[in-house]
Write a protein that binds this ligand. Sequence first.
Ligand code: NI
Ligand code: MN
Length: 228
Amino acid sequence: MKITYCGHSAMSVENAQGKTVWIDPFLSGNPACTISPDEVKADAIVLTHGHDDHLGDTVAIAKRCQCPVIAVFELASMLESKGVKVHPMNIGGGYDFGDFYVKYTLAFHGSSMQENGQFLYAGQPAGVLIRMDGVTLYHAGDTALFKDMALIGELNKIDVAALPIGDNFTMGPEDALLAAQWVKAKHVIPIHYNTFPVIEQDAAKFCDQLKQHGIEGHPLQIGESLEL
Ligand code: NI
Ligand code: MN
């Protein structure tokens, strides 16, 4: 599994055959990101929730690449009405897509889509487990720390966890340090930080703390990859 960090919570994961799954492709709206949504290749897009900084360029990429968008039922239905192919799922459910497997997990956050100044209910926010080439990634989405992360770690062998550290809207570094231990991740990629001033964090310091607990942290730059 080749994971490429694309800023904020966005990343692409690619298997040995080159099949590429995008998670939360917020690219053109992120001033720190120079990756163009017009150039990326996607075989599927997985969304954790409907907020703008996660939905991002999903509709444009899905239409151009003719790929399905995998999302919680309500969010999937809203995107289907925009002419996008969807695969609706919900918390606790897993599905084998052939080249990869996806399971939706809990997240404590909100989920809505903003249209004409109105907030539309977009179902439950989620985390996702994505497995390909025998490697399991846990992308926590936007969430608070919660003790059932330990259950996710008990039931799944998590090779790598993408955990928010920005604080304010999600877990901060102290809570993310506990999350990393509870999900028993071998590797951790910090996400959802430094995009806006209010979520500025020291990812290198966070990764030093992970190391003290025997966990390898990867403070990836935008466009940088980790292969597992
Ligand atoms: Ni959010
Ligand atoms: Mn967010």
